[in-house]
Write a protein that binds this ligand. Structure first.
Ligand code: MSP
Length: 531
C-alpha cells in the first residue's frame, strides 16, 4: 500500500527535560490521525516524532537532578516519552533523538555546507535570552517581573528572568531571506496554515528580519560547530534540522528524495521558528521548503495554556487509564477546531464519552451485532431490494466518506469526524424507525428484516473503516465482531478512499460477540479520582 504520493508528516521534537502532558499528547494524536488516514489511503506515509535533547534547559534540569544531560535524557525518553506513544496508540515510523549520531552527522554536514557557501559569519551577540523558550528575546518581548522577580525584566511567557548574553558567535544570514519568504507566503497561501497563523507570520516578517545567532560558546552541551569546536550549535538550529536528518539528509539521498518535502505540524507558540527560520535555512541550503507548516492551538485549562510550569499539567495516562486511548484521541480531535485553542475539562470529556461514544457509537455497534446474532444466527443476511430509507443510509455513507477525505486534506480533523458522525446519527435514527425487533415477529417481513440488518451492518462496516485512524482500538474490535476481518482482511488494509463504496461486507459473514466498546464509567472514577 505504499505506491502512492509521499506523505511525510512530523511533530515537533519535545524537550525531555520534563514528562509529557496532554498538550504534547494532542500534537502526537493529530499527526497520527493524519498519518493513519494517508497510510490507509495508500499514500507513501512516514510519521516522525522524537526528542530535542540539547540546550541549556536540558543541561540545567539534569544538573539540578545530579545527572549528566545524556543520563537525564535517556531516563526520561525511556520512562516517559517512548511510553507516551503506546499510551496514545501512536503508529510512528521513526523516533529521532538529537543526540543520535545520525542526527549529529547530518546536522554538521548541513552547517558546513552553509558555512562553505557564505551564509554563516562571525559576529558579536549582545542581548537577552530566555532559557525556558531557548530563544533570543527583543526588549519589546519582556515585561516587568513581579513577586520574587520585582525590579527585573522577565520573559512574558515564562514569567522568569531572562539572561543577558554577550558572546562572540556565529550568525546565519537570515536577513537575506526576507523577500523570498514574503514571496513564498504570497505565492503559496497554504504554506502556513491556518490563515490566522499565516497573517501573523507575514506581518512579523514584514517588520524586517535580523541575522540569527546560531552558536553558543559558554557551555558545551550541543552539537559542535564542525570548523570551530569551541562552539556548539544553537539548540533551535540543531532541532529544526531533525526533520531532514531523520530521513537521511547528507547520508541517504535516495530516501531523502523520496520523503522530502514534508509537513510540519507544530503548536502556535513555535510557529515562527518553523515558518520563518526553518524555510530560510532550507532556502540557504538550496533545499525545498516544507509543503505546509500547520500551527495548532493550545489546550487551555481554566482559560490558560496548560503547562507543567504553571502546575496545570495533566498526564495523558490520567485520561487514558479511565477512558481509554480511543476516547482520548476522539475527544481532542472532535471537540477542538484544529488550529484553534480549546478548553479541556473533565466534565466535558465525561459528557462526550457518555453521549457520543458509549450511547451513540458503542451502543449502535452492540445492537446491530446482537440483532444479527439473534435473528440470523450470527450470519449477515442477504439484502433484498433497497427501499428509500436504505438508500438514504447508502447516500449518507458515500457523502460522509467523501467529505471526511476532503476535510483531512485541509487538516480539518474535527470536520472529518463530524462528517463521519453523520453515519452514527443516521444509523441510530434508521434503526429506531425501522424497528427490526417488530419486523422479526412477522415471518412475512423476513426479507425486509434482512435488508434492514444488512444495511445497518454495511453502514457499520464503512463507519469502522472511516473511524479507524481516529480510534484504532475500538474499530479493530468491531471489525472482527462484524465478521469483516475473516471476509475482507485486516482493517488497516482497507483502502480508506473506497470506504464509501456500498456493498463491501459480504452476506454470510459471521458476526461474533462484542464486548461494550465504551464501558460505563463510574462517576467518581471519571470526574473525581482522575484529577
Ligand atoms: N523542543 C521544542 C520543539 C522543537 S521542534 C524542532 C519545543 N518543545 S516542547 O516540548 O516545549 O513543546 C513541544 C510542543 O508542545 C509545541 O508544539 C507546543 O506548542 C506543544 N504544547 C505545549 N503545551 C501545549 C498546550 N497546552 N496545548 C497544546 N500544545 C502545547 O518547543
Amino acid at each position: 500500500m505504499s505506491s502512492g504520493a509521499s506523505f511525510y508528516i512530523t511533530t515537533p521534537i519535545f524537550y525531555p527535560s520534563d514528562v509529557p502532558h496532554i498538550g504534547h499528547g494532542y500534537t502526537e494524536v493529530a499527526a497520527d490521525v493524519l498519518a493513519r488516514w494517508h497510510r490507509q489511503s495508500g499514500d507513501d506515509t512516514w510519521l516522525l516524532t522524537g526528542t530535542d535533547e540539547h540546550g541549556q534547559k536540558m543541561l540545567r534540569t539534569a544538573s539540578a537532578n545530579d545527572m549528566t544531560p545524556r543520563e537525564w535524557a535517556d531516563r526520561l525518553v525511556e520512562s516517559s516519552w517512548l511510553p507516551l506513544l503506546d499510551t496514545l496508540d501512536i503508529a510512528n515510523d521513526d523516533f529521532i533523538r538529537t543526540t543520535q549520531e545520525r542526527h549529529e552527522t547530518s546536522a554538521a554536514a548541513f552547517l558546513q555546507h552553509l558555512y562553505d557557501t557564505g551564509f554563516i559569519y562571525t559576529g558579536d551577540y549582545e542581548g537577552y535570552y530566555c532559557v525556558g523558550c531557548e530563544e533570543y528575546k527583543q526588549p519589546s518581548e519582556l515585561v516587568p517581573g513581579t513577586g520574587p522577580f520585582e525590579g527585573e525584566l522577565v520573559c512574558a511567557i515564562h514569567s522568569k528572568p531572562v539572561e543577558l548574553l554577550q558572546e562572540r558567535n556565529y550568525f546565519f544570514r537570515m536577513s537575506e531571506f526576507q523577500d523570498r519568504l514574503l514571496a513564498l507566503y504570497e505565492e503559496r497561501p497554504d504554506f502556513v496554515q491556518p490563515e490566522s497563523a499565516r497573517n501573523e507570520v507575514m506581518s512579523f516578517v514584514r517588520q524586517g528580519l535580523a541575522d540569527l545567532s546560531i552558536s553558543r560558546s559558554s557551555f558545551d552541551w550541543g552539537i559542535q560547530i564542525p570548523w570551530d569546536p569551541q562552539h556548539v550549535v544553537y539548540v533551535w538550529f540543531d532541532a529544526l534540522l531533525n526533520y531532514i536528518t531523520a530521513i537521511g539528509y547528507g547520508r541517504d539521498d535516495e530516501n531523502f528524495r523520496r520523503r522530502w518535502p514534508g509537513i510540519q505540524l507544530v503548536g502556535k507558540d513555535i510557529l515562527r521558528f518553523h515558518a520563518v527560520i526553518w524555510p530560510a535555512m532550507l532556502m540557504a541550503a538550496g533545499l525545498d521548503v516544507p509543503k505546509h507548516v500547520f500551527a495548532h492551538g493550545w489546550l487551555l485549562v481554566g482559560g490558560e495554556k496548560m503547562s507543567k510550569s504553571k502546575l496545570t499539567g495533566i498526564a495523558p495516562s490520567q485520561i487514558t487509564d479511565v477512558f481509554g486511548s480511543d476516547a482520548f484521541r476522539y475527544y481532542f480531535m472532535r471537540s477542538i477546531t484544529f488550529g484553534q485553542d480549546g478548553s479541556f475539562s473533565w466534565e466535558d470529556l465525561s459528557a462526550r464519552y457518555q453521549a457520543e461514544l458509549a450511547n451513540g457509537f458503542g451502543n449502535l455497534a452492540s445492537r446491530v451485532v446482537a440483532m444479527i446474532t439473534r435473528y440470523f444466527d450470527g450470519r449477515v443476511p442477504e439484502p433484498g431490494a433497497l427501499a428509500e430509507a436504505d438508500e438514504r443510509i447508502r447516500a449518507t455513507v458515500a457523502t460522509a466518506a467523501a467529505e471526511a477525505d476532503a476535510a483531512i486534506e485541509r487538516f480539518a480533523i474535527h470536520e472529518a469526524i463530524g462528517a463521519i458522525w453523520a453515519i452514527v446519527e443516521e444509523l441510530n435514527g434508521y434503526i429506531t424507525e425501522q424497528e427490526p425487533w417488530v419486523l422479526a415477529k412477522k415471518p412475512e417481513q423476513r426479507e425486509r428484516l434482512s435488508t434492514v440488518l444488512y444495511t445497518a451492518a454495511e453502514g457499520l462496516r464503512a463507519l469502522t473503516v472511516l473511524l479507524s485512524p481516529v480510534m484504532p482500538a475500538s474499530t479493530a474490535k468491531l471489525w472482527s465482531a462484524l465478521g469483516a476481518e475473516a471476509t475482507l482482511g485486516p482493517l488497516l488494509e482497507q483502502p480508506l478512499r473506497e470506504a464509501g463504496t456500498w456493498g463491501r461486507l459480504p452476506a454470510g459473514a459471521t458476526v461474533s460477540a462484542l464486548e461494550a466498546l465504551f464501558p460505563r464509567i463510574e462517576q467518581e472514577a471519571g470526574v473525581g479520582a482522575a484529577r
